[in-house]
Design a protein around this ligand. Structure first.
Ligand code: DOR
Ligand code: ZN
Length: 401
């Protein structure tokens, strides 16, 4: 059933082209000026077509916390946000720190409508599971507090984890970013380190100004790019996350990092919690983000704060390269047909009642944004179309390492 997307605007090396895209089965078959025969035709009306976004930092909450989110609701939210691949985080109940828990999660994830992969959790003593775990995106190591008890503080254990894992994601704050990098340098470990949610000028400096900066990749979240600590005054717990929102100076440093190439990836850190939970005195940390990341970035594009090329690089290409995800992240013939159609002129407010995430709130509620995804295609199937979800199951991603 070939599908033809007609009148697409695409971006190649910073130049805009008008093309037709032929999708055959789950692949991009041709990007062409011609009009090849197809069973289905979608007129894209000169909207932009980008590779589907790859979000390397998502808390899908399944198993154990499915009152907050599950693989179906979370993946529907992702599709609505133009995200076609998510990498899930391990702080579920049970945590994804054993081979058995990983295999159980793998079964649960099969209901996802976007493609998925798993970040495996590190503990003080699960090296043998880390070595046995099959087809994982990375090993996630918490050096600071998070939702769930996953903190590893012992430097010898951290060193062993860095040695065992080709790619470790660290949740490290402030001086711990430096500590993690110092461990790699001191022990001459050549494996890669991905620093999740860098939130301050200081953390960015630690991550990128050292002798092994090529070994280290930097992630920032839309939360820290589009909010700062002032938001806590008005939103209270609904703007509380780890790492905490920082000053306007720090916020600017992250934008400078995007411009000067120090930031490698933008990821949501989608961390849904129910309203009732946030309203308690000992509220949990984290905010949802799957449905707002791309609209926020497209709005920033419309305000000349970021280029489309940069959005593609940080949300599609670099995630695929750094996590070595096969056949994704690029709009090229032969690649997987994971696509998002973006209407750059569409102006709309973020509205809690429109959200598909189970928690149904956003710190950006009420914010008017210009630039929205209008259709999302996953493995050649239209999964999101102007407000409607088509429940077609997606696949687990594979890695080239
Ligand atoms: O704000 C956060 N929320 N930071 C974390 O480290 C975990 C996350 C969550 O799982 O809720
Ligand atoms: Zn997280």
């Amino acid at each position: 059933m070939p599908l033809l997307l007609k009148n697409c605007r695409i971006l190649v090396n910073d130049k805009v082209y008008s093309k037709n895209i032929l999708v055959k089965k789950d692949k991009i078959s041709k990007i062409t000026n011609k009009e090849p025969k197809a069973d289905g035709i979608i007129d894209v009306n000169n909207n932009f077509v980008l590779p589907g976004l790859i979000d390397v930092h998502v808390h899908m909450r399944e198993p154990g916390l499915t009152h907050k989110e599950d693989f179906l609701t979370g993946s529907m939210a992702a599709a609505k946000g133009g995200i076609t691949t998510i990498l899930d985080m391990p702080n579920t109940i049970p945590p994804t720190t054993t081979v058995a828990a990983l295999e159980e999660k793998r079964k649960l994830a099969s209901k996802s409508v976007v493609n998925y992969g798993f970040n495996f959790g590190a503990t003080l003593n699960n090296l043998s599971d880390i070595k046995k775990a099959k087809n994982i995106a990375s090993v996630k190591l918490y050096m600071d507090a998070t939702t769930g008890a996953m903190k590893v503080e012992d430097f010898d254990s951290i060193t062993d984890i860095f040695r065992a894992s080709k790619l470790t994601i660290i949740h490290a704050e402030d001086m711990n970013v430096k500590a993690a990098i110092d461990i790699l340098i001191k022990n001459k470990i050549k494996n890669k380190l991905h620093v999740a949610h860098v939130s301050s000028a200081k953390e960015l400096q630690y991550a990128k100004q050292n002798s092994i900066k090529k070994q280290v990749s930097v992630e920032v979240t839309p939360n820290h790019l589009f909010m700062n600590e002032k938001y806590i005054q008005t939103l209270g717990a609904f703007a509380e996350m780890k790492p905490r929102l920082k000053t306007e100076h720090d916020q600017k440093a992250l934008w400078d990092g995007i411009k000067n190439g120090e930031v490698d990836i933008i990821a949501t850190d989608h961390a849904p919690h129910l309203r009732e939970e946030k309203e308690q005195a000992n509220y949990p940390f984290g905010v949802p983000g799957l449905e707002t990341m791309l609209p926020l970035l497209l709005d920033a594009f419309n305000q000349n704060n970021i280029t489309l090329q940069k959005i593609m690089q940080l949300c599609c290409e670099n995630p695929a390269k750094i996590f070595k995800i096969k056949n994704k992240g690029f709009l090229k013939e032969g690649y997987d047909a994971d696509l998002v159609i973006a209407d750059l002129d569409k102006r709309q407010a973020v509205r809690n009642e429109d959200l598909l995430t189970k928690c149904r709130w956003s710190p950006f509620d009420g914010k008017i944004l210009k630039g929205w995804p209008v259709m999302t295609i996953v493995n050649g199937n239209v999964v999101y179309d102007n407000g409607q979800i088509n429940d077609v199951k997606a696949k687990e991603v594979q890695y080239g390492r």
